[in-house]
Design a protein around this ligand. Structure first.
Ligand SMILES: NC(=O)c1ccc[n+]([C@@H]2O[C@H](COP(=O)([O-])OP(=O)(O)OC[C@H]3O[C@@H](n4cnc5c(N)ncnc54)[C@H](OP(=O)(O)O)[C@@H]3O)[C@@H](O)[C@H]2O)c1
Length: 256
């Protein structure tokens, strides 16, 4: 039985969500809890995970495991997966959501430019490597990667490098696993109102739009979906009008 073919309420599908302490990860945890999933929630701020789990209510709490961990630390990743397997016996769905944004100035002036790659790209790859053997053995499971429109439209050097990379990883892995019973989907958000975008005054939808897209791809896996959906045509259009996109992105990023 795959996570994509069974209703989570029939037999609780176990979803591991990284970056669940805020924004998109938190909204996804709330949404999947409402759909009857068992949850493994992880982020560095364990206190926020505890608060969230308590808010999910007494009927959900027995089906939630919190693990405070830094996804960029190999030992933390191993501890996280071990704890999840000890508690639930399997991980049906891995949702690679934890991510960090861009340094406000030029990336080459930043203190640790490659940190973005560690968190946004290497950690999802390594976590996938840890959960995949179990999924392949059961011939069942879902990997959902949270990319970005910045993985389609180049914006900030390091952030786009991480999200273009994650997109390539996700699309390739999906193809590599066709017929193996394990699905791989990429959810690419546009601007979403979360702590990550708190300095930005553009009008933005809340993170629930991404949470719903994640729940959708768990039931109906897709190569890539955009959230909100209109970012899909925008991404295509930007490829056809690169000069105009240069002007728009530079203006958006306050580059002169
Ligand atoms: N908001 C947007 O407009 C937007 C657009 C496109 C894509 N995205 C992507 O969506 C994902 C979620 O972003 P968000 O907007 O929800 O941002 P957010 O509210 O800042 O949440 C980021 C989450 O990642 C966790 N995290 C960061 N570094 C971590 C680390 N080293 N180890 C473990 N957890 C870590 C944070 O938890 P702790 O600090 O507690 O560790 C937090 O829970 C990211 O991958 C981001 O790139 C966001």
């Amino acid at each position: 039985m795959t996570a994509s073919s069974s209703s989570p309420a029939e037999r609780r599908t176990v979803a591991l969500i990284t970056g669940a302490s805020s924004g998109i990860g938190e909204a996804t945890a709330r949404h999947l809890a409402s759909l009857g999933y068992a949850l493994v929630l992880t982020a560095r701020r364990g206190d926020l995970l505890e608060q969230l789990a308590a808010q999910l209510g007494p009927h959900v709490l027995p089906h939630v495991l919190n693990v405070a961990a830094d996804v960029s630390v190999p030992g933390d990743r191993a501890r996280l997966v071990k704890a999840a397997l000890e508690r639930f016996g399997r991980i049906d769905a891995l949702i690679n959501n934890a991510g960090i944004g861009m340094y406000k100035g030029h990336w080459w002036d930043g203190p640790d430019p490659l940190r973005v790659l560690d968190v946004n790209l290497y950690a999802p790859i390594e976590l996938t490597r840890l959960v995949l053997p179990g999924m392949l053995e059961r011939r069942a499971g879902s990997v959902v990667n949270i990319g970005s429109v910045a993985g389609r439209i180049a914006t900030h050097g390091m952030y786009s490098a991480s999200k273009f990379g994650l997109r390539g990883f996700s699309l390739s892995l999906r193809r590599e696993l066709l017929g193996a019973g394990v699905s791989v989907s990429l959810v690419s958000p546009g601007f979403i109102r979360t702590p990550l975008t708190s300095g930005n005054r553009l009008p933005m939808p809340g993170p629930e739009v991404v949470a719903r897209a994640v729940a959708d791809v768990l039931l109906r896996p897709r190569r890539e979906v955009f959230a909100p959906a209109w970012y899909g045509p925008l991404s295509l259009l930007s490829g056809l009008t690169p000069g105009l996109t240069d002007l728009m992105v530079r203006r958006l990023m306050n580059l002169r």
